[in-house]
Design a protein around this ligand. Sequence first.
Ligand code: FMN
Length: 107
Amino acid sequence: MLFMTYDPSRRAPASEGDFLGIISLGCATENMWLMAEALGIGFHVVSSLASGSAEKEVKHILGIPDSLRIVYAIRLGYPVSGSEYLRVRREVGDFTHYNRFGNKGLA
Ligand SMILES: Cc1cc2nc3c(=O)[nH]c(=O)nc-3n(C[C@H](O)[C@H](O)[C@H](O)COP(=O)(O)O)c2cc1C
């Protein structure tokens, strides 16, 4: 299990709050996710350990300084072959627009 942390006192240039910094962490995560997939390693983002008493407890156990926040945890492991799990996906055409908002472009 990998815990991604960030320092809310350090910001990307011209970032309101931590918005751009958080987006950057998402981009870094995406690259890790793609590499894990390429290596056949399962990658499960778990945000439920990133707030409230769960975050406090994880920070205590791992000795993470109070000044840092947990972005999320990432469970890594080799998937059991043949396992099935629920996958919830919207159709791409349900949330994309072509040329003008409301025009359904992509199937
Ligand atoms: C930002 C983010 C937070 C997530 N938080 C959780 C979580 O707390 N618990 C959980 O079971 N899945 C969570 N997920 C979903 C899993 O990581 C999910 O397995 C992942 O999106 C891949 O799904 P897929 O294998 O069906 O494509 C989260 C995903 C993202 C992108």
